[in-house]
Design a protein around this ligand. Structure first.
Ligand code: 7RM
Length: 635
């Protein structure tokens, strides 16, 4: 069976088949991949425990699918095109053959450093080709990678390393991001003070910033490569993996204070990332595809590395930021490499829009054929700007809704095949069964309705567990509504049956497309010595989508609120990372609480949104007086 549908009629027919005979459908999809041994059983599942197993008995290695199987036909085709942060530095191209060689080499480096199948490896690197190489090298030998985004603090890295009990860290001396140069190895050194499980650190040279190298623990990437070169260790047989062996862990925020380690497995994730990449983007051989995400997030895992490479695509990787050296950078890259497919985030579009049209007008964007967005709802204004100024009205826009826990696209238009509408993710991909449920968990049938978005049947790319704590996985996703996976998102199904994601219904914020738990930010704020308690909510932000608004009880600001604000922001940066910094901090004498001590977030959310006239029922509050004070002090 073809991974791609080729008409709307075919979509409808395949969709119907995928619901009526899901196992037969997924068998047909999985046959497009290279298996060392075919699976015996397509699916075993229940959402109670949950227990989900796809393609049991199947044996594979995802890197054989991403590399080996392309060598004969695509050996000289670019697998990765890398554009550096500084436009005057040379770009790099790695063909499939070159990428294969480098992955094998680095896999041998890992083996030389005592890495075994099943070991957890933390990767903390900027967007350089070696990041993709490190990921694939782990997968080659069956080590489990846990990539941590470069914007997280030492404390956050330490939490993740400890949770997964990582034995080795791969990092860089530093990272270039716009005009800044960030000392990554320093951050790792701080993190490792509390991480005794880490025995080795492999450090790639990028910025040549001075770093401390601990004897016996820290080694240079380049030196280790030289060793395998002198050993003439140029190939590395792929480790044969069970379909349900772990491939990677990726931490993501939920409504509790501690991020969860989402676990993906080899067979199902491979099939799902490859299938969705091919189908959603209707990828054609030879097309140049540019996803602007960072590999530190799920979008980069699935749609810079595994999805595109499994399909023999050319994946463009950009080290820098959209506004450096100026707000025309994306368009220069599109012109330079004749990009055909561009996949970016609404926050990036809104940010570039705010610099005015002069940066995009006159750029050669004629190579563009298909556009995509991901990460958060897109507002109509940004959608039209993207459509007109970037796509010149000729490119379908796929608004892809999905989550870290899903592994790949769930509800999305198929480029050029299904209809599109600004702000709508439109229809589920074949194989995906979304349902809307009401507060009581009853399924809402029909069109022109809204509810909480659930999925009622498994798909190969779904989360299997949260690392080290299966009960947490059940609680977070499978306990709210029996026999359903709950997404945490609210959703509308319009009169025509098209889906529009309306945003989170839990205490999770989406700031510039980054998922941040309010409880996590509160915990960080509360660590500041003069803070008694705090409540964090989101508010609409023109560029970030949502901003972070913190209500803070701090009796000892010493008459200098501004300094205390800065100290609180610094505390959050230290504990979580710069991405979680509050945009607004309002000092209050108390928080609106019910008699049972629960903070009424609904009221704070309204105040943060600037809507103070209609706060609803406040009669159950312990002290309704605080509301007046908070209203009058709103920022
Ligand atoms: C891929 C990714 C997931 C959350 C999800 C939504 C929001 C993602 C869209 C979207 C509206 C979209 N994974 N979200 N895509 N909302 N339209 N097209 O972002 O795990 O980091 O975040 O992001 O709320 O639950 S994620």
């Amino acid at each position: 069976m073809n991974l791609k549908v080729s008409s709307f009629d075919e979509y409808k027919q395949v969709y119907k088949q995928s619901v009526e005979q899901p196992e037969q459908f997924w068998d047909g999809i999985a046959e497009n991949f290279l298996w060392r041994k075919k699976w015996d059983k397509t699916l075993e599942w229940n959402f109670k425990e949950p227990n989900v197993k796809w393609f049991q008995g199947g044996k594979l290695n995802i890197t054989e699918n991403c590399l080996d199987r392309h060598l004969e036909t695509l050996g000289d085709t670019p697998a990765i095109i890398w554009e550096p942060n500084d436009p005057s530095e040379d770009h790099r191209i790695l063909t499939y053959r070159q990428l294969f060689d480098k992955v094998c080499q680095f896999a041998n480096v890992l083996k030389n450093n005592n890495v075994k199948k099943g070991d957890r490896i933390c990767i903390y690197m900027p967007m350089v080709p070696e990041l993709a190489i490190a990921i694939l090298a782990c997968a080659r030998i069956g080590a489990i990678h846990s990539v941590v985004f470069g914007g997280f603090s030492a404390q956050s890295i330490a939490d993740r390393i400890q949770d997964a009990d990582c034995s080795l860290v791969i990092t860089c001396d530093g990272a270039f991001r716009g005009a800044k140069d960030i000392p990554l190895k320093n951050v790792i050194d701080d993190a490792l003070v509390t991480c005794p499980s880490v025995k080795k650190v492999i450090v790639l040279t990028r910025t040549r910033t001075p770093v401390a190298m601990l004897k016996g623990r820290d080694v240079w990437w380049e030196d280790e490569i030289k060793k395998v070169e002198t050993q003439r260790n140029t190939t590395c047989e792929p480790e044969e993996m069970d379909a349900e062996d772990m491939l990677f862990i990726l931490y993501t925020s939920g409504s509790t204070g501690k991020p969860k380690g989402v676990v993906h497995t080899c067979g199902g994730y491979m099939v799902y990332a490859g299938y969705t990449f091919a189908n959603t983007f209707q990828y054609e051989p030879g097309e140049v595809y540019f996803c602007t995400a960072d590999i530190g997030w799920i979008t980069g895992h699935s749609y810079i590395v595994y999805g595109p490479l499994s399909q023999g695509a050319t994946s463009l990787m950009f080290e820098g930021i959209p506004t450096f050296p100026n707000a025309g950078r994306f368009w220069d890259i599109v012109a330079k490499f004749k990009v055909n497919i561009l996949y970016t985030a609404p926050t990036a579009i809104r940010s570039l829009m705010s610099f005015g049209d002069s940066f995009v007008e006159g750029k050669d964007l004629s190579s563009l054929k298909k556009l995509g967005t991901v990460g958060e709802p897109i507002n109509e204004e940004a959608w039209h700007w993207y459509d007109e100024k970037v796509g010149h009205g000729k490119c379908p826009i796929v608004d892809t809704w999905w989550q870290t826990e899903n592994g790949g696209h769930m509800i999305t238009p198929i480029a050029g095949i299904t209809p599109t509408k600004p702000g709508y993710a439109m229809l589920p991909l074949p194989g995906i069964q979304p349902v809307l449920v009401d507060e009581k968990g009853e399924v809402i049938e029909g069109n022109g309705v809204s509810g909480n978005l659930c999925i009622r049947f498994p798909w190969p790319g779904m989360i299997r567990t949260t690392y080290g704590d299966h009960e947490r996985c059940r609680q977070a996703y499978f306990a709210t509504y029996p026999d359903m996976y709950f997404t945490g998102d609210g959703c509308l199904r319009d009169e025509d049956g098209y889906y529009r994601i309306t945003g989170r219904v839990d205490d999770v914020l989406n700031v510039s497309g980054h998922r941040i738990g309010t409880a996590e930010v509160e915990n960080a704020i509360n660590m500041h010595s003069s803070v008694v308690e705090s409540a964090v909510v989101g508010y609409p932000h023109d560029i970030k989508g949502q901003g972070v608004y913190a209500f803070v009880v701090s009796p000892n600001v010493h008459g200098n609120e501004d300094l205390t604000r800065k100290d609180i922001i610094m505390t959050v940066s230290r504990i979580i990372g710069a991405i979680a910094k509050p945009d607004k901090i309002q000092f209050v004498s108390g928080l609106p609480k019910t008699r049972s001590g629960k903070i009424m977030r609904r009221i704070l959310r309204k105040i943060a949104e600037g809507e103070t006239s209609n706060l609803g029922d406040t009669s159950t509050l312990l002290d309704p007086g605080v509301v007046e004070e908070i209203k009058s002090g709103a920022l």
